[in-house]
Ligand binder design. Structure first.
Ligand code: HEM
Length: 298
């Protein structure tokens, strides 16, 4: 799912550059960079003594890959592109700025969307009634068609609730970070200017004051009536304020589309004997992955 999300973001946001990107290698390179840099941030000893060296190599590989994406884009010579690189080129941004922006976009887009789809399949695998309801809705809205068009997505209201509930229980981006620009008093805490504050979206999503039985998977929490009863900031899968997720609308469409295509044809069941344990690794990841069985007929 992560590799698929990476291919999608290259396709949609980066101008459909027809480059030969090794998705698995890019995913692994981001892993190496994140493991090293998060290890430094959290002061965790790294298991691999070559971690720093590997992260440097991975970063060099990622930069070279992004340069290829940008070069492939330029080489088409087209100026009618409405994608991210096209917009940055048109705005006269420097090559370094374009490379950094593309890199952040690739990073922010590929893990998160893949993880959102994976957790949703995991939750549906454990709730056959909800899975039946999604399948029935897809049959009703799509009929014989294998994939929804944009207009159909609005009619897939139950799928939308399922995705929202999945991102409540397992928010792909489990926290946001901000630096205080002035001294701040928060309840009993005095926080000096220049402090990095981690805002835990995951904990907000499990607050029993707004989410009764918070651990329970219940898409009905996202009917319009239920949503209207809650404060807006009780649910923040894409963060808060001017630095919230830039890709929220795109990510929602991507996740809905992938889920609709998969669940129209297939049913996903938990693989027997495999425990699924969430771990926070910049995104909310499953420690040993999420293994699922896909029956031939259901
Ligand atoms: C389901 C998928 C996704 C989830 C759950 C998600 C979630 C988040 C969260 C929680 C943040 C931090 C917000 C904050 O600190 O307030 C964030 C930031 C960001 N996201 Fe996403 N994201 C997703 C997909 C994407 C996609 C597809 C893109 C790009 C097309 C993207 C681009 C970004 C960028 C650029 C930032 C940094 C914004 C800034 O610092 O100003 N995200 N995302």
């Amino acid at each position: 799912m992560t590799a698929l999300s990476l291919r999608m973001i290259c396709g949609f946001a980066l101008g459909d550059a027809d480059i030969d990107t090794d998705a698995d290698r890019v995913v692994a390179a981001f892993e190496d960079v994140l493991t090293e840099h998060l290890g430094r941030l959290y002061q965790v000893p790294r298991a691999d003594p070559r971690s720093a060296e590997r992260a440097d190599e991975a970063l060099a590989y990622l930069r070279a890959t992004v340069d290829r994406v940008v070069a492939a884009h330029r080489s088409t010579g087209r100026t009618d592109r409405s994608d991210l690189i096209g917009a940055l080129l048109e705005a006269g941004e420097s090559p370094a700025r374009i490379r950094d922006t593309v890199m952040v976009t690739l990073l922010a887009a590929h893990h998160t969307t893949g993880v959102a789809v994976s957790w949703t399949l995991h939750l549906l695998g454990r709730d056959p009634d909800a899975a039946d309801r999604v399948a029935a809705e897809l049959d009703q809205v799509l009929g014989e068609r294998a994939a929804p068009d944009y207009g159909d997505l609005r009619r897939l209201t139950y799928l939308d609730r399922v995705l929202k509930e999945s991102m409540r229980l397992f928010p792909p981006g489990p926290y946001g970070a901000r630096e205080t620009t002035e001294d701040l008093v928060l309840g009993p805490y005095e926080i000096p200017a220049g402090t990095t504050v981690f805002y835990p979206f995951w904990a907000v999503h499990l607050n029993p004051e707004h989410w009764p039985e918070p651990e329970r998977f219940d898409p009905e929490r996202f009917t319009p009536q239920e949503v209207a009863k809650r404060p807006r900031l009780a649910y923040v899968p894409f963060g808060i304020g001017p630095r919230s997720c830039e890709g929220a609308a795109l990510a929602t469409v991507e996740a809905q589309l992938v889920l609709a295509v998969l669940l129209k044809r297939l049913r996903f069941l938990p693989a027997p004997g495999r425990e699924v344990t969430p771990v926070e690794r910049f995104v909310l990841w499953a420690r040993d992955g999420i293994r699922m069985t896909v029956p031939r007929n259901f």
